[in-house]
Design a protein around this ligand. Sequence first.
Ligand code: UDP
Ligand code: MG
Length: 338
Amino acid sequence: MGQQSPALSVVVPMYNEESVLPLLAERLRGVLDGLDETYEVVAVDDGSTDATAAALRGLRERWPQLRVIRLRRNSGHQAALNAGLMRSRGEYVVSIDADLQDPPETIADMLALARSQNLDIVYGVRADRSSDTAFKRLTAGAYYRMMRRLVGKSMPAQAGDFRLLSRTAVEALRDLPERSPVLRLVVPWLGFPSGEVRFERAERAAGRTKYPLSKMLALAAESVTSFSAAPLRVATWLGLLGVGVCALLVIAVVVAYATGHTVSGWPSILVAVLFLGAVQLLCLGLLGEYVGRIYTALLARPAYFIASDSDPGDETDAGAAPEQRAGFDPVVLVDSHR
Ligand code: UDP
Ligand code: MG
């Protein structure tokens, strides 16, 4: 494939997906070979500990368009996606999950729509989630409602990370100073002309979900704090509320005193003290979230490390003569987004 940029890149982040990989390869290859376009498949192995790496090596022997990028350690879905996007070369780039929940056949529709209407972004929108568990539907529903409040209506509901981006949009992402943006929020925020393709979300073809509740919560917290300072204002509102409640209490106390109904007062004091303590802790915690974000932004650590790229092209220079950096791991910082 060399340095010529293909018409299409398909970025597939995968973490311990050995059981689904053969199914994915067969179906994805069928679709892509049928498109009659030049393409590359960028498989991002997110530090898998199972046989995923070996399986990818095996697949590469028979599938020249398959390119394998391995991250040095498990860095999470968003980081793996970012790694793949930043290193992709296609005129259009589609990101898709490895587990065949996003049907590869939809890629053809996305590409056709983007070309015919000259769009930079085409979202895959889940028309039907009946194959997901009730719990997943509930949590996902709450997540998308909250995010649409933050980002605005330009963010389509029920659009995950199955989407097509033009080269221009990928370059715009690359120019952002953020290390590993939450793509499903940042992409609509970029404001490119966009369209939607609806698809039915299938069940996971094999293996188990790599998104336990803890990771879902982490993504939600990251999404909110990366996009809005609104929660900080909660402190202000709670403070005002506290002042209001205290004013009422003062009136009540004065009335009670005047009418001779003085109460012994233990419970009310205790309630007031506990309430204020809780409010303060809550606000401290919220503040801490943002201080933490400032801290990580200052550290400016890369969100991922590339351990290897089967088709590095001329980007290997990005590591800038690692041997000259004393004390650094020889495969450092091959990609830090710029
Ligand atoms: N994934 C990843 N790194 C992780 C977790 C997940 O690259 O740390 C990949 C995973 O292999 C899959 C995609 O992200 O291709 C979506 O994960 P999954 O299907 O488990 O999430 P769900 O569909 O259950 O939300
Ligand atoms: Mg999945």
